[in-house]
Structures are given as C-alpha cells and as structure tokens.
Design a protein around this ligand. Structure first.
Ligand SMILES: [Zn+2]
Length: 246
C-alpha cells in the first residue's frame, strides 16, 4: 500500500517527473531502496515519456488516438508500447495520453481498437459508458494528477445497455441502475426519425459530454484552461471505425 502511494503520488506525477533533470534522476537513483533498483537508462526513458505526454496538446493526443484507430481499421496495427522494455518503463510511472470512458462490452477494447499499448490509455469501462461520481473521480484523477490531455466518451453501435434502457422492461438486481442512468438518452430521442437504438447511443454520448462540465468543476476548469479536451465518439462494430460525434 505504501509503495502504491509512492508511485501514485510521486512517480506517476508528470509535473514532478516530467521536468526532471539528469542530475535529479541520478540523485533519485541513489536516494532509496525503491528507486535504487531502477536502471538509470529506464528512469531516463520514463522521464522522456513523461515529457512527451506533458508537452502534448489535446489535439496532438486526439490525432495520435485516431491514427491508431485508422491502423486498426486498415489492419495495419503496429502494437506499440507492448515490449518488455515498455513494461519496465511504465512500472516506474504512468503518463497516459488519453482517458477513455468506454462500454464494458467485450467487443470495444480501447487498446485494441486504438492500436495503443501499456501506459497509453487510462481506461474507465462501464456498461453504457455513463458517468457517476466514481467515474468522475477516475476522470479527475487522470486529468489533474496524471496530466492526461484528452478525455473520450466512447459509445458504440448496438450497445446492449442502451437497448435495455430503450426496451424499458424490468431487469433484475443492480442492472436497473445501469438502465436508469441511460434512460435520459432514451427520453431525449423519443420520436426522432431514424433508428431509435442508434439515436439513443449517440444521444447518450453527447449528453454525457455535456453533463461532464456541469458535474465536475475540476474537469470544467481544465477544459477552460485548454489543458483538457473532451470529445464524444461512436464505435462501429463492423467497420471498426471510431467517429467523433461530439
Ligand atoms: Zn455497450
């Protein structure tokens, strides 16, 4: 637990590690048992990664994410950041460049559909990709403490959780809380032309993007300061394409 606290509070903070000089790195390398076992070269790589993410604009992050999706669509994935050296690098601290709130659906795994690797994405997955206080806490942690510049709300075609909310039939146990959270998107799209299921999927994403700023002053402040960009997107199950919709 103590080690976890150290990593979360010190090692993972890009504000601290990102601007670390070689001298400081060397001082750190001799400072404690935890750090002493880390080869200097890896500390430098980790610091370089922190620097890369901390200097990345929200637009850079979105471009990097969408380029990965394009590789996935074209079946030209490069499987970045999955080597043994990357494992060791991110063991020293994480600097993800995007937060992804996606559905728990097994067909919409962020690292696969965006062709990214370890330490790249801060994933939050909830069936129906809606926000509550716990999800907001996750987002605020990544945006503020890790300095992640991009937040994506990722809905997807034929989402089962959205369908359950659309059908309105009684559901057992705690599933009802998922359905209740998605219901506003169903009400908002009632009577609209087109496919009611896809209309509700899209509305659920857009309404979540809009609600974020109202519900989280911390995220709203980051957006206003230009250090965070929030986008809504929809994943197509057949083509694999992620379309930005909000
Ligand atoms: Zn889903």
């Amino acid at each position: 637990m103590f080690k976890l606290y150290i990593e979360l509070s010190t090692m993972s903070d890009p504000k601290k590690t990102g601007k670390m000089s070689r001298r400081n790195l060397m001082l750190m390398a001799g400072a404690g048992a935890l750090v002493a076992s880390i080869p200097l070269a890896l500390l430098q790589t980790e610091a370089a990664n922190a620097e890369e993410v901390s200097s990345m604009t929200p637009e850079d992050a979105l471009k990097k994410l969408m380029e990965g999706n394009q590789r996935y669509i074209e079946q030209k994935r490069t499987f970045p950041d999955q080597s043994r050296s990357r494992v060791l690098e991110v063991a020293k601290g994480q600097h993800p460049f995007a937060i992804v709130l996606g559905c728990s659906d097994s067909r919409v795994a962020p690292e696969i559909i965006f062709d990214q690797g370890l330490g790249d994405l801060f994933d939050i997955r909830v069936a129906g990709n809606f926000i509550d206080n716990v999800v907001l806490g996750n987002m605020e942690y990544a945006a503020v403490e890790l300095g992640t510049p991009l937040l994506v709300i990722l809905g997807h075609e034929r989402c089962g959780a959205v369908k359950a909310a659309l059908d309105g039939k009684p559901v057992p146990g705690h599933i009802s809380s998922l359905v209740a959270a998605i219901k506003p998107a169903v009400y908002a799209t009632r009577g609209q032309p087109g496919d009611p299921w896809d209309n509700a999927v899209r509305a659920n994403v857009k309404m979540t993007v809009n609600k974020l700023k109202a519900l989280s002053p911390i995220l709203a402040k980051a957006v206003k300061a230009g250090t965070l960009k929030v986008v809504g997107a929809r994943y197509d199950l057949e083509s694999g394409e992620v379309e930005v919709i909000a």
